[in-house]
Design a protein around this ligand. Structure first.
Ligand code: GUN
Length: 281
């Protein structure tokens, strides 16, 4: 018998508590909390994400500052904006929605975001702190996964955790968080030779691949905890994850659905990070 970890419900509960923390901060400090969201170009998926981020800010009482820049924006224009936001006292967090249009250098632009306002947890210092298991702003999606595991009282100590995917946004920070929670961690990727064998060892499997229904029933062991970070469209255009949910759910002890799993947690963790950034400012 498997249990579905309901990310939508947990995210809603967390937003209630973040909202009350935000209210308390505002009344004690007399200051607002501000999040700047920068979107360059007209990528439809990014537009949806940004809209949802702004909606979440409204829900928890964080003031959002949205910057919609044209697809033709130059590196210099983007960098000028970020330099301004970096020193603006009204702004506690800065998020540049990725991917940026191809002519822009994301690495160079993101360097202009101070570590203290890096609510995505992407800066080398914040990633370094995460690797050293010391306090930092942590990437939202993997941090959201950890909150889901915590909410189910899943003890990761000594468990075999396998992360499939090594992106800077999900796979790598996810592996570090699992390591910090005392799991034994394996990172698999496109060049891994014995992927199925590696996955079969997983007590906890995190799929962050970006390929529809890639993880099949014969790739997981009985009783595995399966976390699906994927957000894809299947052959009928329906939203689906990286995990073949219907065919493998019966083998799991816990599984996250798509939609309604990790997705809603990501934006909630962004609200959490923005609140934390404000309390440290
Ligand atoms: N694009 C896809 N995921 C993310 C994210 O977590 N943060 C930002 N800034 N861009 C993204």
């Amino acid at each position: 018998m498997y249990k579905i970890i309901d990310g939508k419900k947990l995210a809603a509960e967390m937003r209630v508590s973040i909202k009350s923390n935000v209210e308390e901060f505002k009344s004690k400090s007399g200051k607002d909390i501000g999040l700047a969201v920068v979107l360059v170009g007209d990528n439809p998926a990014s537009q949806v994400y940004v809209r949802n981020k702004i909606k979440a800010c409204e829900e928890v009482g964080i003031k959002s500052y949205a910057y919609y820049l044209s697809a033709e924006t130059s590196q210099e224009e983007l960098e000028d904006l970020l330099r301004g936001l970096a020193v603006d006292d009204n702004i506690n967090g800065i998020l540049v929605q990725l991917p940026l249009p191809k002519h822009l250098d994301a690495g160079r632009a993101l360097k202009l975001i101070p570590d203290s306002k890096d609510v995505d947890g992407f800066s080398p210092n914040n990633i370094g702190k995460l690797c050293m298991n010391s306090e930092s702003l942590v990437a939202c999606t993997p941090n959201g996964v950890m909150k889901m595991l915590e909410a189910e009282h899943i003890d990761l100590k000594g468990k075999n955790a396998v992360v499939v995917g090594r992106s800077n946004i999900v796979g790598r920070p996810m592996a570090m968080l699992l390591l910090n929670a005392d799991a034994t961690v394996t990172i698999c990727h496109s060049k891994t030779k014995n992927l199925k064998e590696q996955c079969l060892k997983a007590d906890v499997l995190v799929a962050a691949i970006g390929k529809s229904k890639f993880i099949k029933a014969d790739m997981i062991k009985d009783g595995a905890i399966v976390i699906d970070v994927g957000m894809n469209r299947d052959e009928n255009g329906k939203l689906c994850g990286d995990v073949d949910f219907e065919n493998l759910k019966e083998k799991c002890s816990y599984i996250t659905p798509v939609p309604g799993g990790v997705g809603p947690m990501t934006i909630t963790m962004l609200m959490y990070n923005t609140y934390i950034a404000a309390t440290r400012s």
